[in-house]
Design a protein around this ligand. Structure first.
Ligand code: PEP
Length: 251
């Protein structure tokens, strides 16, 4: 597949931030998304804001930051794919490193969540990424390959599978991987995806995440096999998020 056939996707991950008042940011984000016709834009606020965000996002897809693998049952505090869809979600992030660390999520759990989300028709962003110690030990490619092997479903239909490479040491730290490091890892991920899924692996979008901001977005989007970004802190305000959308449109 020609790299230009993969539209860039810029997805905001609000994490445990935001409020009804903050949804006012969505108007300018929606306007920028309409102007950047070549780019897909999405916003993932906390569960409690999804429904309200859908009504304020002017057609920008709204997503969740997690889902449960089961459809229903005795899982206090959890939210199923069907519930997300009923709230209006079109996508979901699974396996974020903060959940892998805070909630001790395993690759197998992430894979089960991805399977459920894809079967439900949601665009599903599966996150992978190494720690600083793993990179310093030269194990980053091996670690990410193992996460991909364990976290991605073998077969899927329904929703779109997206991979987000997010080096843990770059998330929320202001440190960004160099374009060289990003190229290296994204090529390794692409190779793993095509080895496993054939032509379908060439169509999977690979996002970079980790302190993406207006100042570094253009150089990251210029890297081969960077098909967009998963953006945390800089997605919380239109002032910071819109230039990233515009950089993707210019890439
Ligand atoms: C993220 O939460 O996925 C992320 C990349 O955060 P930040 O952009 O704040 O580093």
């Amino acid at each position: 597949m020609n790299v230009h056939d993969r539209r860039k996707l810029v997805a905001g991950n609000w994490k445990m931030n935001g409020s009804l008042a903050q949804l006012k940011e969505l108007a300018a984000i929606a306007e920028a998304a309409r102007a950047a016709a070549s780019v897909d834009v999405a916003v993932c606020p906390p569960f409690t804001l999804i429904s309200a965000a859908v009504t304020r996002a002017g057609g920008v897809p709204v997503g969740a930051q997690d889902c449960h693998a089961r459809g229903s049952g005795a899982h206090t505090g959890c939210v199923s794919v069907a519930m997300l869809k009923e709230a209006g979600a079109k996508l979901v992030i699974v396996g974020h490193s903060e959940r892998r660390a805070d909630q001790h999520e395993t690759d197998a759990e992430v894979r089960a969540k991805a399977e459920a989300a894809l079967a439900g028709g949601l665009t599903t962003i599966v996150c992978v990424g190494e720690s600083e110690a793993e990179r310093e030990a030269g194990r980053h490619v091996e670690v990410v390959a193992a996460q991909l092997a364990g976290s991605l479903p073998d077969h899927w239909s329904g929703g779109e599978l997206v991979v987000a490479y997010e080096p843990i040491w770059a998330i929320g730290t202001g440190r960004t991987a160099t374009p060289y490091d990003v190229a290296d890892m994204h090529h390794a991920i692409r190779a793993a995806l095509t080895a496993r899924f054939g032509d379908a692996g060439g169509r999977i979008r690979i996002l970079y995440g980790g302190s993406v901001k207006a100042e570094n977005a253009a150089e990251l989007f210029a890297v081969d096999d960077v098909d967009g970004a998963l953006v945390g802190g800089a997605s919380l305000t239109a002032a910071q998020f819109v230039p990233i959308i515009q950089a993707a449109a210019g890439a």
